[in-house]
Design a protein around this ligand. Sequence first.
Ligand code: GLU
Length: 607
Amino acid sequence: MRSPVARNLALCAVAASMVAVGAAAPPTAAAHGPGGAGGAARKAPVAVGYGGAVASVDADASAAGIEVLRAGGNAVDAAVATAAALGVSEPYSSGVGGGGYFVAYDARTRTVHTLDGRETAPLTAGQDLFLEDGKPLPFDAAVTSGLSVGTPGTPATWQAALDAWGSKRLPAVLAPAERLARRGFTVDDTFRAQTAQNEARFRAFPDTARLFLPGGRLPVVGSTFKNPDLARTYRELAREGTGAMYRGDIGADVVKTVNKPPVAPGSSYPARPGKLSAKDLKAYHALFRAPSKTSYRGLGVYSMPPSSSGGTTVGEALNILERTDLSKASKTRYLHRFIEASRIAFADRGRWVGDPAFEDVPTEQLLSQRFADARECLVSDDAVLKSPLAPGDPRHPGACGKTGDKAAPTTYEGENTTHLTTADKWGNVVSYTLTIEQTGGSGITVPGRGFLLNNELTDFSFAPANPAVHDPNLPGPGKRPRSSIAPTIVLDRAGRPVVALGSPGGATIITTVLQTLTGFLDRGLPLVDAIAAPRASQRNAAQTELEPALYDSALRGKLEAIGHSFKANPEIGAATGVQRLPGGKWLAAAETVRRGGGSAMVVDPGR
Ligand code: GLU
């Protein structure tokens, strides 16, 4: 009998032949004229072909990556080019004012590497960063403030990735994004809706309003949105290198803005100042880390280790699920097991994962099968675990369910960022999630620079969720807030890529990556269908979130009969991925509907 992966590859070959005709024609340079690259018309969620592939949420961004691949660049070059273009067309989710995590597969050595480009807290920050009069600040007040802005990690990530694994220099990979910022992109429904969602607080910051509310109004769908300030910023980074952020003019402007957020006089947004300094910027480094690794049904699953909780939490849940044959399970049993594995992994994440420079994180033990087995035994097919569930002890797994700690609920995190996946003709692959945290970040645009500052530090716990339990995610000087980002690359036994994927969505990233992986690897879904499948998200809470297609289905009743409780969530995540097909072929896949659909492209669709 063929393994689920083998079956899946066969299925995908069929899917590939069905979509090839409708796949996006590769863009020409001329397509990037004023008014954008005609995103909507060319947007396709699947593309199959040769020479490399790019999947992102946006057609102009995917086109930037393809352009660099065409010019001889590799997957790393294409990932940076795509990310820079997303900074233009997805400015509310990513940009040089934020951070992210970069996972790269090197085909020559068949190894996976990662870069932690997470934002850091100021060196002056203490555990009380978000306390006022001893009480946690309201979440929204913290978001829209200088307090939440961490040292941006994205420019350093781009430079470190290019230096380590790229074949092009920064100016070459920034060029398509610089052009996109200068000439503009076509406003779509999602961009307008995200602007509308932010309108009130954007108006509080005149520089943000000038940029994102042109003429004082929401951008009109179909109009051209230009960002000449960002084009200038990209030119400066190209000319002077990323030192312009960490030791130069751009950084000086960031520091000034954080310390005195340029808020409109009389605004109802107090926009508390932050304490980011030139010293923080100078001290910043993107960090090379060994990837998290777990084996799942004979495959190697590589992802982001702490400071992100993505790799350990997805990995632990996979280890738990490995004890069930998900390929044969009914839909109800599959979802039940998926929900319970997520619940357990989140209980352990909350207790054990934080920035490893500050916390003693048992990464290896969290990913051990022994620990997973000591947790899996809690799951039964006819009952639901109670949340919040107490964490286990990965260092001393002990008997089933044995735990020394009290339960703590999962703290709230915002839910927006962007993921991209690239591959090249040499077989290299990149899975890269970058973020400014909330949709619109802190809402504060650096005057004259054309980009928003992140609010990543709100990913810290403002105070321990349960004062009786150690919280590894409290703020600290230079500390990285715990992330959920999980850019993942799966390798076969020979060390060749099978699939790479990731998603935005704050803490739901973990459940989205887990569900998409099991959909693809176990349930035999073609990648694009695994991405499109309606999502559930359980994060050690009493209720599991369901997208409408699940919430309104008969499945919900069947799961409720076991004891599950649900609430609706209109949309969870926005994944992209690439799959290696035989013969040097790639399949790129993105969302079909969420966030207006994503954009998959290949260099050469072939016949
Ligand atoms: N701040 C989130 C994290 O690092 C990512 C942003 C998001 O997807 O919402 O986990």
